[in-house]
Structures are given as structure tokens and as C-alpha cells.
Design a protein around this ligand. Structure first.
Ligand SMILES: NC(=O)c1ccc[n+]([C@@H]2O[C@H](COP(=O)([O-])OP(=O)(O)OC[C@H]3O[C@@H](n4cnc5c(N)ncnc54)[C@H](OP(=O)(O)O)[C@@H]3O)[C@@H](O)[C@H]2O)c1
Length: 259
């Protein structure tokens, strides 16, 4: 029987690339994003290339209870793969940043992701099968001055994913958390207007390669997936320097990247 995958943030970047990989493997798709125009373009593009069934849901994942709305809109369609990918960054010192934008981020990265996971997990456990892929970040591994809420929210996603992956062992449901380093998507433009002047560009990954790495990890049921050797090293930086020093290094990188 054809399986169905639900992908949030599917209108661009990693969500788009992951949708392509799922379509290639003959999954039916439910694509969710706040950006209706790009979402419909993605639907048209994937429909041309693959014969899977594609539905789009235009949703703002920063709104309270949007996860309930999504599940109601599914009309009992069985979700075999859940990809919690939608997200965005915000650069600046916490005492200057915009609270409304930060609240949106906390909803998108934490509340809605957790709620949607809870709502769809029940059926997966009952059926004894399912795959969840949460998109966290390399930012999850240490605090990030000048992007404090972003780093902290991605830490939550890493911790939450590893914990439930452990709880769910032997249920047939796997949870994978993908932790990419800097990746060339629209995300970089959203974080900072000056991101096109990014000085540290040697570690900038290609979104299709990052998505492919995460997709393979999800299919294997691997829990934590960090694409790239240098990123794997950065994720363990706290083993080589004190936590205080790691925070300093991150601040320096942020300043060099965005100045
Ligand atoms: N690119 C990187 O360097 C990088 C590194 C590590 C982790 N990540 C993570 O990877 C994930 C995907 O990001 P990306 O790099 O592919 O960026 P992207 O190209 O900007 O894609 C993110 C998608 O999420 C959507 N989205 C944002 N807020 C939303 C909301 N409230 N409701 C519904 N959809 C919303 C965006 O729509 P709009 O564009 O209309 O807002 C966009 O289509 C994010 O969770 C990000 O934190 C990215």
C-alpha cells in the first residue's frame, strides 16, 4: 500500500529537497507551509516529475493549536512519515530582538512540532510502524550568543528527539534528528540581511546533500544525524574546550558571519 509523508516547511530549502526524495520513493505527500505561492509551485513541480498524490495545506505553524487543525484536515489519512522541518532563524542580542518573532519561533520549533508529533505518534504506535524526522541544527549542541532563542530551541528538539527515540524502541516507530550545519537555503537570508556577505562560507553545505543524508538516516532509523565531518567535530567541541570557551567561539563565529 502507498505510504504517506507529511512535511512541514515544504515550500523551500530542506523541506523541498526532502519532499523530492520522498516523492522519488513513491510516498504520497502532504506538504505544509505558510508560503502558499511557493507551496503550490513545489506541488506543480513534483507532480510533473513523479506520479504520487500531493496535497498542500497552507498553515502558519506559529499559531496556537494549529497541530489540531492539521490533524482534522487530514481526514483520517494515515501518516507513515512525519518530517518536522519548518523553522527560521533570528539574529541579534536578546535585549534587542523582537519578542513576537521569538514567540513565533518557540511555537514553530517547539510547541507545534511537539504537538504534531504527539498527535500523529499515537496512530504510528498502534500500527507498529512509522518514521519521524525532526530537523534540529548543529546549533543544538551548545548555547549560541546572538541567536540565543534559536540555539536553545534547537537544543530542545535534539533532547526531545533522543528521549522519545529511546522510549519508542521496540514499537516499530523510529525518531531521527537531523542536525545540519550552515546550509545554502533561504534560511541564511532570513537570519540576517547581510548573510550574502557571509565570511565563513567554506562550511556551507548544499541542501540536496544535507537532505539526502538526513533521509538515509531516517530510513535506517538512526537517532542523531550530523552531516559533514567538520560538523561532527564541531558538535563535540565541548569535549576539547570548556563550555564557556565553546560559547565564546560561537559568538566569534556569529560576529564574523554577520558583521
Ligand atoms: N539553512 C541552514 O543553514 C540550516 C542549518 C541548520 C538547521 N536548519 C533548519 O532546517 C530547517 C529548514 O530550513 P531551511 O534551511 O530549508 O530554510 P528555508 O528555505 O527558509 O525553509 C524553511 C521553510 O519553513 C517555512 N516556515 C517558516 N515559518 C513557518 C511557519 N510559521 N509556518 C509554516 N511554515 C513556516 C518557511 O516559509 P517562509 O519562507 O514563507 O517563512 C520556509 O518555506 C529549519 O528548521 C532550520 O532551522 C537550517
Amino acid at each position: 500500500m502507498t505510504k504517506t509523508a507529511l512535511i512541514t516547511g515544504a515550500a523551500s530549502g530542506l523541506g523541498y529537497e526532502l519532499s523530492l526524495l520522498l516523492a522519488k520513493d513513491a510516498y504520497n505527500l502532504i506538504l505544509i507551509d505558510v508560503d502558499a505561492e511557493n507551496l503550490n509551485k513545489v506541488k506543480a513541480e513534483i507532480s510533473q516529475a513523479y506520479s504520487c498524490k500531493i496535497d498542500v495545506l497552507v498553515k502558519d505553524l506559529s499559531k496556537p493549536n494549529v497541530a489540531i487543525e492539521i490533524v482534522e484536515d487530514l481526514n483520517d489519512v494515515v501518516i507513515d512519515v512525519l518530517v518536522n522541518n519548518a523553522g527560521f532563524g533570528l539574529f541579534g542580542s536578546f535585549n534587542n530582538t523582537d519578542w513576537d518573532r521569538e514567540l513565533d519561533m518557540l511555537y514553530v520549533h517547539i510547541i507545534t512540532t511537539t504537538h504534531l508529533t504527539k498527535l500523529l505518534l499515537e496512530g504510528m504506535v498502534q500500527r507498529g510502524s512509522g518514521k519521524i524526522l525532526n530537523i534540529s541544527s548543529l546549533a543544538a549542541f551548545q548555547p549560541g550568543p546572538l541567536m540565543s532563542i534559536y540555539y536553545a530551541s534547537k537544543s530542545y528538539l535534539l533532547s526531545f528527539s533522543e528521549a522519545i527515540a529511546n522510549e519508542l524502541r521496540d514499537t516499530g516507530v523510529t525518531v531521527t534528528v537531523l542536525c545540519p550545519g550552515p546550509t545554502k537555503t533561504a534560511f541564511q537570508e532570513v537570519v540576517s540581511e547581510n548573510a550574502t556577505d557571509n565570511k565563513i562560507s567554506f562550511n556551507m553545505a548544499c541542501p540536496s546533500e544535507v537532505a539526502h543524508y538526513g533521509y538515509k538516516a531516517m530510513q535506517k532509523g538512526k537517532t542523531v544525524a550530523i552531516p559533514g565531518l567538520f560538523n561532527k567535530f564541531l558538535a563535540t567541541i565541548h569535549r576539547f574546550v570548556t563550555r564557556k570557551m565553546a560559547v565564546k567561539i560561537i559568538r566569534n563565529i556569529q560576529e564574523m558571519n554577520r558583521e
